[in-house]
Design a protein around this ligand. Structure first.
Ligand SMILES: Nc1nc2c(ncn2[C@@H]2O[C@H](COP(=O)(O)OP(=O)(O)OP(=O)(O)O)[C@@H](O)[C@H]2O)c(=O)[nH]1
Length: 306
C-alpha cells in the first residue's frame, strides 16, 4: 500500500485523533456504565459498524487524495458525521446524569452539518473530476477500471483496446467512414534497454505514452499493446485521413528527445508503424493480425534499406 498521500495529511489525522480523544474523555468521564444486561448488542453492532466504516472512508480518502479543498471538505464532512456516530455508539454503553444529559441530546446535531459539507465536497469533486476526465480522455474513452490500464505507461491495456475495437466493429454500419488502427513499435528497444537499463526503458515507455496522447485527437484511444508496441484507435477516420494523422504522430515521436539520467544522454528513437482501416467483415483478431503483418513488413523494408 502506497502511503505517500497519507503522510501529507498529518494535520488532518491529528484533528481527527484530537476530536475522538475529546469525545471519549468527555463521555466516559460523565457517563455511567449501563450494565451488561441493559446493553442492546444489535444496536452496538449496527452503530459500531457505521462508526468504523466512516473512519475507514476517511482513511481511504486521505490515502488516495493529495492536499486541497476537495480533500478538506470530504474530510470535514465525514469527520463531523463520525462525531455523531461515535456519540451514538458510546450512548449504547453509558447513561448520563440529568446535568450531563445534553451529551445524549446533541448526538444527532453534527450529522446533518457533516452531510451538507459532504454534499458541497461531492459537488467540487465532480468539478475536479471533469477536468481530470479531460486529461484522461485518450486513455479511457467511456470506461474506468484501473485493472484495464497499464501501470508503466498509464495507458489503456491491450484487453481494453480489444473491447473498444469490438465496440467500433459493432457500430461500423452506423459510421460513414469506418475506423482505422495505427500500430507503433519502438525500433531497437531491446538495445536501448541493454544500453541504458530497464529503468530508463520504463521511463522511455512512459514518456512515449505522453507524447502519443498529446498528439492524438480528443476521441482517439491510445493503448500500450505489448512491451514496446502501442495501438491508436482512430474512430470515424478513413485511411487517407488516418495516414496523414499517423505521419504527424510518428513525426512527433521521432522528434522527441529522451533525456537520460546524465545530461549527455539525449536520444531520439526511430519507430515502425502499421496502419489499417476496418472492413465490415473484419473481426478484432483479424484486424490485430493484419496490423502485426503490416508492422513486420515495414520492419523488413526498413532493415533492407538501412
Ligand atoms: N524497460 C522495459 N522493457 C520491456 C518491458 N516490456 C518488455 N520490455 C523489453 O522490450 C524489448 C522488446 O524487444 P523486441 O521485441 O526485440 O523489440 P525491439 O528490440 O524494439 O526490436 P525491433 O522492434 O525489431 O526493432 C525486450 O528487451 C523486452 O525485455 C517493460 O515494461 N519495460
Amino acid at each position: 500500500m502506497n502511503l505517500t498521500f497519507l503522510k501529507l495529511h498529518r494535520s488532518l489525522l491529528f484533528i481527527l485523533a484530537t476530536m475522538l480523544i475529546c469525545v471519549l474523555t468527555l463521555t466516559l468521564s460523565y457517563g455511567h456504565y449501563k450494565g451488561h444486561n441493559n446493553i442492546d448488542w444489535f444496536d452496538v453492532a449496527g452503530e459500531g459498524g457505521i462508526t468504523i466504516m466512516t473512519l475507514l472512508w476517511i482513511f481511504f480518502i486521505l490515502l488516495s487524495r493529495p492536499k486541497g479543498r476537495v480533500t478538506n471538505l470530504l474530510f470535514a464532512g465525514l469527520a463531523i458525521m463520525n462525531l455523531s456516530m461515535t456519540l451514538d455508539f458510546i450512548d449504547e454503553f453509558v447513561n448520563y446524569d440529568k446535568n450531563q444529559a445534553w451529551l445524549s441530546t446533541i448526538e444527532s446535531i453534527p450529522a446533518p452539518f457533516g452531510m451538507i459539507l459532504m454534499s458541497i465536497a461531492l459537488y467540487h469533486w465532480h468539478q475536479e473530476q471533469m477536468s481530470i476526465n479531460l486529461q484522461l480522455r485518450n486513455r479511457e474513452r467511456f470506461y474506468r477500471e484501473h485493472q484495464l490500464s497499464d501501470a508503466i505507461s498509464g495507458l489503456a491495456s491491450a484487453d481494453y483496446m480489444k473491447s473498444q475495437i469490438n465496440r467500433e466493429l459493432n457500430l461500423l454500419h452506423h459510421n460513414e467512414h469506418g475506423f482505422s488502427l495505427l500500430m507503433i513499435d519502438i525500433a531497437q528497444f531491446d538495445c536501448f534497454n541493454r544500453q541504458f537499463g530497464a529503468k530508463a526503458g520504463d521511463k522511455l515507455l512512459h514518456e512515449f505514452a505522453q507524447v502519443l496522447t498529446l498528439n492524438v485527437r480528443k476521441n482517439d484511444l491510445v493503448c500500450r499493446y505489448a512491451s514496446d508496441c502501442f495501438i491508436v484507435l482512430l474512430p470515424d477516420t478513413p485511411l487517407n485521413m488516418a495516414d496523414e494523422l499517423s505521419r504527424s504522430i510518428i513525426n512527433a515521436l521521432e522528434s522527441f528527445s529522451f533525456q537520460g539520467s546524465t545530461k549527455k544522454t539525449n536520444i531520439k528513437q526511430k519507430v515502425h508503424r502499421s496502419l489499417i482501416t476496418a472492413q465490415h467483415d473484419d473481426s478484432t483478431s483479424a484486424l490485430l493480425s493484419k496490423l502485426h503483418k503490416g508492422l513486420l513488413n515495414n520492419k523488413r523494408l526498413f532493415e533492407q534499406t538501412a
